[in-house]
Design a protein around this ligand. Structure first.
Ligand SMILES: [Zn+2]
Ligand SMILES: [Zn+2]
Length: 659
């Protein structure tokens, strides 16, 4: 889908089209017509994210770019013509569009048509009837027939005011015929209704599995509804998959999810070969209106370059000319931004890798638990060195301080130096030690922090790590003190796409229980905003075109209902996006389209990350695999066995691509 001029106008109703007086007083609209701006913004705070011109009065946009920033009188005189659309901000705030520093865009079309049955504040759920209501709304909104699938995600029985898990009977009353599944927030389980349990032949006679749980009704072997781990994943494996056309169609609401939060550049932060093919197809069909930065997962790089460079990789080495030329350029809104490496798992899942033991033991109460690396240094170091040699940007997932030590050692071994301006990013960099910031500064490594973790899992980190270590999670102020540039991310769908929630977590560092975790690391607002605008633009090497409101940059802009620099701290997270522009075109809100009638039974289903049978196991060796969600950042390795990962990385390191 292309964003047309018609949409710009049709979608432009939110910010008042005002300023007849403004236009009438323009110096000479007749002669200015040819050179006049397409849009002029004025009448509210303009937060440019630049130090030179922090708060101008007006901004002019022409041909998708910012052509003037400055005093209202100057812009009125030079840029307003008869065809100029004048947007009176009416006191609302204009900012550069937000740049997703790390997340998993391909999950958006997978879940966007499901019901979000998350607890507050991610969703709206407090009690079981809320979940039923949301599922019913979803069925109606999606025109799901009475025998089709109704799916919810984000279910968490532990926080319901009912003080119990939802059961099949809760669902049956509202859904006697539909197949219903409420997927657990961990993505490792779900509650099914009776029809769905029958569909998958899960009955009183089904034996208890050794790789998970079928919860049973009291004093009975009848399944209660909730399946966890093995049995749930077995169910998932049997879900019907959508066809390509359905998946492509789902990209529209998926991108709206981002645009509705002011995001104009999204990241696909661990891309598999088939997912990149999908994004390329979407781009070729002009279905993308966001820019999408793809970071191919290292293990899939041989397959990706086979697909796109038409080489004959088939157990044979990849041969391409200048690999760096394949990276760093948008083609139909998709850009390869570098390669993704995974060094460890997740802190809350206890699959990260630390130098000192957790205070609470391992996932199965193992004493002296320090977690483990995802891949041995001997395997991953040559890949890091090869990518560096080929001038390909490396994006490393590392959460625990021992994994971060591994990244530092790999960068050191690869000869990385700050002066070389590699901008290798260490995604998460959560459990850092102060001394590691010096190494980052020396090597020019740039962290992408994850302050939303402080809110969502801060209380868990406090228990696991103790006060001192937990307080240094995502240490923004300590990094700033060493002139280290850092971004901040949501890691969708580990946490929701929500830059304002992210900015609030960086500024407030408040846990769910209300503890201020690491008060010394609470960032100032401007720093927190830069971490979702100009710094991720810099990490993408797009700082010349994005991340601030400056002449010559793309008109990727967002209007917020309140000014994040002015509202009380606790209101930052409640700031709403009024309108979002990509290159001067309104991408949120979009004009409504007629609802499409579903034909017959709902036999397609927004899909899941799946692999071929040989490569796939249900869990990574650390036991924390996941069928949807962040394939790396929750600790799994996209369903590959450890042996398959090691083999793929070893082949990659020795391929002509990196040697
Ligand atoms: Zn990650
Ligand atoms: Zn991630």
């Amino acid at each position: 889908m292309t964003v047309s001029r018609r949409m710009v106008v049709a979608g432009g109703s939110v910010a008042a089209i005002g300023g007849m007086a403004w236009r009438a007083s323009a110096a000479d609209t007749s002669t200015a017509a040819d050179t006049s701006a397409d849009i002029v913004f004025y009448g509210g705070p303009i937060v440019t994210m630049t130090d030179a011109q922090p708060t101008p009065e007006a901004v002019a946009v022409k041909n998708g770019k910012i052509v003037a920033v400055g005093a209202a009188s100057d812009i009125r005189a030079k840029w307003v013509g008869s065809r100029t659309r004048i947007i009176d901000l009416g006191g609302k705030t204009l900012m550069p569009g937000f740049i997703d520093a790390h997340g998993h865009f391909v999950n958006a079309p997978r879940i966007v048509n499901w019901a979000n049955v998350s607890l507050r504040p991610v969703g709206t759920v407090e009690k079981i009837p809320d979940i039923i209501g949301l599922l019913q709304e979803n069925k109606a909104a999606q025109n799901i027939p009475d025998d089709g699938w109704v799916i919810g995600y984000g279910y968490d029985g532990s926080g319901l005011s009912d003080k119990r898990e939802m059961t099949r009977h809760d669902l049956d009353a509202a859904f006697p015929n539909n197949l219903v599944m409420a997927i657990h927030v961990s993505n490792h389980g779900g509650v099914l209704n009776t029809a769905a349990l029958r569909h998958f032949k899960i009955t009183a006679e089904t034996p208890d599995p050794d790789n998970g749980v079928i919860t049973r009704e009291p004093n009975s072997r009848e399944p209660a509804g909730l399946l966890m781990e093995g049995p749930f994943i077995a169910v998932f494996e049997q879900m019907p998959q959508p066809d390509e056309a359905t998946k492509l169609e789902l990209l529209k609401p998926a991108q709206q999810m981002y645009a509705s939060k002011g995001v104009t550049t999204a990241q696909e932060g661990a891309t598999l070969a088939d997912e990149l093919a999908f994004l390329r197809t979407a781009g070729e069909q002009s279905r993308l209106y966001l820019d999408v930065v793809s970071l191919p997962l290292a293990t899939d790089v041989p397959a990706i370059f086979k697909s796109y460079l038409d080489t004959d990789y088939n157990g044979k080495p990849v041969v391409i000319g200048d690999p760096s030329s394949e990276f760093g350029h948008y083609k139909n809104r998709v850009k390869l931004g570098g390669i993704k490496l995974i060094f460890d798992g997740s802190p809350q899942g206890k699959t990260a890798y630390w130098t000192k033991p957790l205070l609470t033991g391992g996932p199965s109460n193992e004493p002296e638990w320090v977690g483990m690396p995802a891949v041995p240094a001997a395997i991953i170091d040559p890949v890091y060195a090869g990518l560096t040699k080929q001038k390909i940007q490396v994006w490393s997932h590392a959460n625990g301080d021992a994994a971060i030590d591994m990244v530092i050692a790999a960068a050191d071994g690869a000869g990385v130096k700050a002066a070389d301006d590699r901008r290798h990013v260490v995604i998460h960099s959560q459990c850092m030690r102060p001394d590691q910031l010096d190494s980052y500064a020396r090597l020019g490594l740039s962290p992408s922090f994850f302050t939303a973790h402080v809110f969502f899992w801060g209380d868990v980190h406090l228990a696991n790590l103790g006060l001192e270590r937990a307080s240094f999670i995502s240490p923004m102020n300590s990094a700033s003190a060493k002139d280290i540039r850092f971004s901040n991310h949501n890691d969708f769908m580990v946490t929701p796409v929500d830059p304002m929630l992210m900015v609030w977590t960086a500024v407030a560092r408040q846990t769910k229980d209300g503890v201020v975790l690491g008060p010394d690391e609470r960032a100032d607002r401007m720093t927190a905003l830069k971490a979702v605008t100009i710094v991720p633009a810099w990490q993408y090497r797009e700082e010349a075109t994005k991340g601030s409101i400056e002449v010559g940059k793309l008109a990727d802009l967002v209007i917020l209902d309140r000014n994040p620099l002015e509202v009380p701290v606790d209101d930052i997270r409640h700031i709403k996006v009024v309108q979002t522009f990509k290159e001067g075109s309104t991408i949120y809100p979009l004009p409504p389209t007629a609802p499409q009638k579903k034909s017959g039974a709902n036999d397609t289903f927004p899909g899941f990350r799946r692999r071929d049978a040989q490569a796939r196991t249900l869990f990574a060796d650390d036991g924390s695999g996941s069928v949807i969600g962040c394939a790396c950042c929750d600790g799994s390795l996209t369903g590959l066995t450890q042996a398959a990962v090691l083999k793929a990385l070893t082949e990659l390191a020795s391929s002509p691509l990196l040697s």
